[in-house]
Ligand binder design. Structure first.
Ligand SMILES: Cc1ncc(COP(=O)(O)O)c(C=O)c1O
Length: 377
């Protein structure tokens, strides 16, 4: 029973696996480099996958989609490429280390980081963010789309309005958003939306997506080979997506991500409806069994993540018992998000996280509820 989809989704859909294998067998060469047929086919396949990802996220121009190694690399690219000494950034207290740690490094380099506390259910209040941006000239507001601990979905369109009214850019960590939430980057109005390819987007590990709105152009993280450059070869290109894709890409991974994007375009709505139904059952069942659920109440929509504490039982021991005695995969601890656990009141203990995803079934929820009820008896 796999309830660790928030770490990475598993199993991957057959279409994704087939596309990865095809990327290593039917295709070859290095897209954008050589001009032989194999490399040209590879380039066409990568372009098609980029278009599929752009369509899924509502990005009108696929050149605004850069494919990187994961959400961590993408967040580093955007934050370090956009912020510099003397800038001020407003960020929520729920952020993952993929945001918290680059911002910590930037604060050492002279960026002022203002943390806005989310409430005890993990909700970020746009009014609190508005007050923070009003208290000083702010270059960017940074917030996750959905919490990897509490499952809370943040009001990104409202936060974007707050940021833009103050002349700040809106940067979103969508690692737990895209896939679990239908994303339209234009409707949200964001300047940057960064996501993992391998979580709810259902792609393989080793790919992530950075959407950069037209006109929002952080510095590139690396310079190097892009397959073009012409006569002025020493200067890294400013064209998209080449600017943000120095070096050979993970072609099989990108093809897998493209296949996943096509699958989600067809099945995303049905998958999200099923996830919403299952996560509510899981939430209510855990409360009934005596566990305290972090985050919003059961009737508030959330991504399919439920983290719990128990007055007597330690989260790590619960995860071990679930694994060893019941064959149920979950994750305990701080989930790379100590800020979020502090906000939610579980900073000292951590929590047990159960996360559902594509392919989760009622019997998975039943197995977890039966096991956790037995362990709490
Ligand atoms: C909210 C959030 N941001 C960023 C990341 C990092 O993603 P990746 O593993 O793709 O680097 C995660 C992964 O757990 C996450 O949950």
């Amino acid at each position: 029973v796999y309830l660790d989809h928030a770490a990475t989704s598993w199993p991957k859909p057959t279409q994704v696996i087939d596309a990865v294998v095809s990327g290593m067998t039917d295709l070859g060469g290095n897209p954008g480099r050589s001009a032989h047929e194999l490399a040209m086919d590879s380039a066409r396949a990568v372009h098609a996958a980029r278009c599929d990802v752009a369509r899924l996220l509502g990005a009108p121009d696929p050149r605004d989609i850069a494919i990187v190694s994961g959400c961590t690399e993408g967040c580093n690219l955007v934050l370090k490429g956009f912020l510099g000494p003397g800038d001020r950034v407003v960020v929520s207290s729920l952020e993952h280390n993929s945001i918290a740690r680059p911002l910590n490094a930037l604060s050492v380099a002279g960026v002022e980081v203002i943390v806005v506390e989310a409430d005890a259910t993990g909700a970020v209040d746009p009014a609190a963010v508005a007050a923070a941006v009003a208290s000083g000239p702010t270059r960017a507001v940074v917030c996750m789309h959905a919490s990897n601990v509490a499952g809370t979905i943040q009001p990104i369109a409202d936060l974007t309005r707050v940021a833009h009214d103050a002349g700040a850019a809106m940067i979103v960590d969508g690692a737990q958003g895209a896939g679990h939430v239908a994303v339209d980057v234009v409707a949200l109005g964001v300047d940057a939306y960064v996501c993992s390819g391998h979580k709810a987007l259902l792609g393989p590990e080793g790919v992530g997506v950075v959407y950069l709105a037209p006109g929002f152009a952080p510095r590139e993280a690396s310079q190097g080979g892009t397959g073009d450059g012409g006569i002025n070869g020493d200067v890294h290109p400013t064209t998209r997506p080449q600017r943000y894709e120095a070096g050979t890409r993970n072609v099989p991974g990108i093809l897998g991500l493209g296949a996943a994007a096509r699958l989600l375009a067809e099945q995303g709505d049905a998958t999200r409806a099923e996830e919403a139904r299952l996560v509510r059952r899981l939430h209510e069942g855990l409360e009934y069994a005596g566990y305290t659920v972090l985050g919003p109440p059961a009737d508030v929509p959330r991504v399919p993540i439920v983290s719990v504490t128990h007055p007597r039982l330690d989260a790590d021991r619960l995860a071990n018992a679930l694994d060893e005695r019941y064959g149920i995969a979950t994750r305990a601890g701080l989930h790379c998000a100590p800020w979020a656990h502090r906000t939610l009141g579980s900073g000292a203990t951590g929590a047990l996280r159960l996360s559902l995803g594509w392919g989760s079934r009622d019997c998975d929820v039943d197995a977890a509820l039966d096991a956790l009820a037995e362990l709490a008896r």
